[in-house]
Design a protein around this ligand. Structure first.
Ligand SMILES: *[C@@H]1O[C@H](CO)[C@@H](O)[C@H](O)[C@H]1NC(C)=O
Ligand SMILES: *[C@@H]1O[C@H](CO)[C@@H](O)[C@H](O)[C@H]1NC(C)=O
Ligand SMILES: *[C@@H]1O[C@H](CO)[C@@H](O)[C@H](O)[C@H]1NC(C)=O
Ligand SMILES: *[C@@H]1O[C@H](CO)[C@@H](O)[C@H](O)[C@H]1NC(C)=O
Ligand SMILES: *[C@@H]1O[C@H](CO)[C@@H](O)[C@H](O)[C@H]1NC(C)=O
Length: 486
C-alpha cells in the first residue's frame, strides 16, 4: 500500500458525504482530488460523451466540521443524448484570482453506467458538489469537462463560469476567519446626536482592539467635518464628543475607523446616522408637560406650516407676475467635461480616490478618466502612451492629494493587488510628463490641484504650486465652477 493512501481514503470519505446525488439512489458520484491530467487524456478514446448542458456556482456555509470556511456549491446538468452511455466522470477545476493564484481540481466518478438519458423522475440528470473553500471578494474561474474527454481536433466540451465571492458583510461570509479578522462580527451599535456646537457619539468597542478614530463626514462621504484623535478605549461602551456645529453637521454621518491588530488600517469601517439631541429632549419634556402644553406643541408646527405655505403662495404669485415680463431662463444641457484624475500614491484608493471620482461624476458634470478603471488599456498601451493619450483627450487634469488622516499604507486595498506601485509610477510619470506644461501660461489652465483635508504639497512637487489649488470640501463650490469654466 502506498504511504499516502490513508490520507486519500480519509478525504474520499469526507467528500463523499458532501456530494449528494439527485434522482435514483443507484446513480451517484464519488469525488476526489485529481490535480494532474486524467488518465483518459493520455489515450485515444474511441467513443466520448457530449459536454455538460449547464454549470452553476453558488457559495454556501460549510457543514459544521469547518465553521470557518465558505464553500462553492457547484451544480451541473448533463446533456440529454445517446453519448451519455460513455460518460464515466466529470472533472471540475477552480482557478482563484485573488492576491495569490490558486488552482485545484476534483474528479467526480459516476458510480453506475448511465442506462437512460433522463433521471428516474423523468427530468434531466443533475448533480452537485460541495467543496473548494473560498475567500471574500475574489474572482473565481470554474470549468468542467466530461471524461473520457474529446480527442484532439474534436470539439472540446469544456464549460466554464466566472464567479465573484461576496464581501465580508455578507451574512454567510462574515463568519469566515478572514472576515472576522477584519472586524465583520463587531456590532458597534452606534448612536450619535447633534448638540448646538458638537456631536456626541456612543458606540460599543470590539474585543479585537482598543484603537478607534471617529469622524464626522458630510453626507457625500468626502468631507471630514470633524474627527477625534486615534483613541485608546478600554471600556465596552465609549462616548466621544466632536466639535461640529449644528449648521455644519446638517445631513452628516458618523464614521468609525477601527485599527485592530488583525487588519491595521484596512479594517471594515462602520457608519451611523446622527440625530438631533434636542429632539429627544423635547420628547422627554412632552411626556411631563401639561395637556394644554402638549396641544400647543402639536399645534405650533401645524401653524408654522400654514404660515409658510401662505408666504410661499404670495411669493409665487409675485414671481409669476415678474415672469410674465421676462421669458424663463432655462440653462442649456451641456456635455460633461473629461477629467483625468492623477492621485498621490499616499491616497487611499477605495476610500478616497474612488469616492472623489464619484463626486466629480455626480456633482461636477465630469467624465472621470482613472487608470484603475482602464487597467486593460493601460496594460495594452503601456503607462506612458496611455497617459500621453489621456492628456490629449482630457479637458482637465486634476492632481489629488489627501490629508495624512486619510493616508494609509499598502494594506489599504488588498483586492487591488499591486495597485500601490502602479499608483507611484502613475503619479511620478504624470508629474514629469505634464511639468513642461506648467511653465506656459496657456496650457497651465488645464491643471488643478485638489487637497482633501489638511494635505500639504511636499517640496519636490513645488512645480504644482503655480496651479490653482482647492481645499475640499471647503471650496467645493469654487472648485466645481472653475473646473467647468473652460
Ligand atoms: C447546492 O446546489 C444544489 C443544486 O442547485 C441544491 O440542490 C443543494 O441544496 C445545494 N446545497 C446547499 C448546501 O446549498
Ligand atoms: C474513478 O474512475 C477511475 C477510472 O474509471 C478509476 O481509476 C478510479 O479508481 C475511480 N476512483 C474512485 C474513487 O472510484
Ligand atoms: C470569465 O472572465 C474572463 C476574464 O477574467 C473572460 O475572459 C472570460 O470570457 C469569462 N468567462 C465567462 C464564461 O464569462
Ligand atoms: C444598542 O445601544 C442601545 C443604547 O445604548 C441599547 O438600548 C440597545 O439595546 C443596544 N443594542 C444592541 C443590539 O446592543
Ligand atoms: C451616550 O451615553 C451617555 C452615557 O451613557 C448618555 O448619557 C448619552 O445620552 C448617550 N448619547 C447618545 C447620543 O446616545
Amino acid at each position: 500500500m502506498l504511504p499516502g493512501l490513508p490520507a486519500l481514503v480519509g478525504s474520499v470519505v469526507l467528500w463523499l458525504s458532501s456530494a449528494a446525488p439527485r434522482g435514483l439512489s443507484e446513480q451517484s458520484i464519488k469525488c476526489f482530488p485529481e490535480n494532474g491530467p486524467s488518465r483518459e487524456w493520455l489515450v485515444r478514446n474511441k467513443l466520448t460523451p457530449g459536454g455538460l448542458r449547464t454549470l452553476r456556482v453558488d457559495s454556501v456555509a460549510s457543514p459544521k466540521t469547518n465553521p470557518d470556511a465558505v464553500l462553492l456549491n457547484i451544480s451541473w446538468v448533463l446533456k440529454q443524448d445517446g453519448s451519455i452511455q460513455m460518460l464515466k466522470a466529470t472533472k471540475i477545476c477552480v482557478h482563484g484570482k485573488g492576491q495569490f493564484l490558486t488552482h485545484s481540481c476534483v474528479r467526480c466518478n459516476y458510480t453506475e453506467v448511465f442506462q437512460s438519458q433522463t433521471s428516474p423522475d423523468g427530468g434531466r440528470w443533475e448533480f452537485h458538489y460541495l467543496g473548494f473553500p473560498i475567500k471574500p471578494e475574489t474572482a473565481y474561474f470554474i470549468s468542467a469537462n466530461n471524461i473520457p474527454p474529446a480527442n484532439m481536433n474534436e470539439d472540446t466540451a469544456t464549460i466554464s463560469v466566472n464567479y465573484t465571492s461576496p464581501d465580508c458583510l455578507d451574512p454567510v461570509m462574515k463568519y469566515t476567519k478572514k472576515c472576522q479578522d477584519y472586524g465583520s462580527l463587531w456590532r458597534p451599535n452606534i448612536t450619535a446626536c447633534q448638540k448646538e456646537k458638537s456631536v456626541e457619539v456612543n458606540f460599543s468597542t470590539s474585543s479585537l482592539g482598543h484603537h478607534y478614530e471617529v469622524l464626522i463626514i458630510s453626507h457625500n462621504i468626502l468631507d471630514i467635518l470633524g474627527n477625534s484623535d486615534i483613541l485608546e478605549l478600554n471600556q465596552s461602551r465609549a462616548t466621544v464628543t466632536i466639535p461640529v456645529t449644528a449648521e455644519e453637521g446638517k445631513g452628516a454621518l458618523v464614521q468609525i475607523i477601527p485599527y485592530f491588530s488583525t487588519c491595521n488600517n484596512d479594517c471594515i469601517r462602520r457608519r451611523g446616522t446622527i440625530f438631533s439631541c434636542l429632539e429627544s429632549v423635547t420628547l422627554v419634556g412632552l411626556k411631563k408637560s401639561q395637556p394644554w402644553k402638549r396641544l400647543l406643541y402639536l399645534l405650533l408646527p401645524a401653524l408654522s406650516v400654514a404660515l409658510w405655505a401662505l408666504a410661499a403662495g404670495l411669493y409665487l404669485l409675485w414671481r409669476h407676475g415678474k415672469a410674465q415680463k421676462a421669458p424663463p431662463h432655462v440653462p442649456p444641457l451641456l456635455p460633461p467635461i473629461r477629467v483625468l484624475l492623477v492621485y498621490h500614491p499616499q491616497a487611499c484608493f477605495r476610500h478616497t480616490v474612488c469616492a472623489f471620482a464619484q463626486y466629480l461624476q455626480g456633482h461636477c458634470r465630469s467624465d472621470v478618466i482613472l487608470d484603475q478603471w482602464q487597467k486593460g488599456r493601460v496594460a495594452e498601451m503601456g503607462l506612458v502612451l496611455w497617459l500621453t493619450a489621456q492628456k490629449k483627450e482630457a479637458d482637465r487634469v486634476v492632481f489629488l492629494f489627501s490629508s495624512p488622516a486619510e493616508a494609509c499604507d499598502g494594506s489599504c486595498d488588498p483586492s487591488a493587488g499591486g495597485h500601490r506601485e502602479s499608483a507611484q509610477d502613475l503619479f511620478a510619470l504624470a508629474f514629469n510628463l505634464f511639468c513642461s506644461d506648467l511653465k506656459s501660461r496657456a496650457s497651465l489652465a488645464k491643471y488643478l490641484v485638489v487637497s482633501l483635508g489638511k494635505a500639504v504639497l511636499s517640496e519636490d512637487l513645488g512645480a504644482l504650486g503655480v496651479c490653482p489649488r482647492y481645499q475640499l470640501m471647503k471650496e467645493a463650490g469654487p472648485f466645481c465652477r472653475d473646473l467647468l469654466s473652460l
